[in-house]
Design a protein around this ligand. Structure first.
Ligand SMILES: [Zn+2]
Length: 117
């Protein structure tokens, strides 16, 4: 369903021709987005049905933001290692992103559900 299309070379001309790869790539992206959308929708419904609060956290900048000091930069990421150029905090890129997501989720939870006195 989301297989990669191989390059198509025209042997007579000696160059590559349009094989619809860009179109297929866009289609694959939409299929994957739809799958996550469906998963999220079902999970939200199940949580609601069982009295569990469900919060969706926007993923933007979670991989490039330092969990410790909050500094945001593309320079913080090198392959799968996160190293903050501001405070030198180091972690695996996925761990740092997960911690940022968790922190943001807690913040959103407090803003939405915790009553301020
Ligand atoms: Zn930092």
């Amino acid at each position: 369903m989301t297989a990669k299309i191989k390059p198509l070379k025209d042997e007579n001309v000696g160059r590559f021709v349009n094989n619809g790869r860009a179109r297929q790539k866009e289609f694959n992206r939409r299929v994957k987005d739809a799958a996550w959308g469906k998963f999220s929708s079902v999970l939200g419904h199940k949580c609601l049905k069982n009295g569990i609060r469900f919060i969706q956290v926007p993923p933007e900048h979670t991989t490039t933001t330092c969990f410790k000091c909050g500094h945001k930069s593309e320079d913080n990421v090198l392959k799968d290692v996160f190293t903050c150029v501001n405070c030198l905090h180091q972690a695996h890129i996925d761990l740092n992103a997960a911690q940022n997501t968790s922190k943001l989720g807690e913040k959103m939870f407090h803003e939405l559900f915790v009553v301020k006195v």
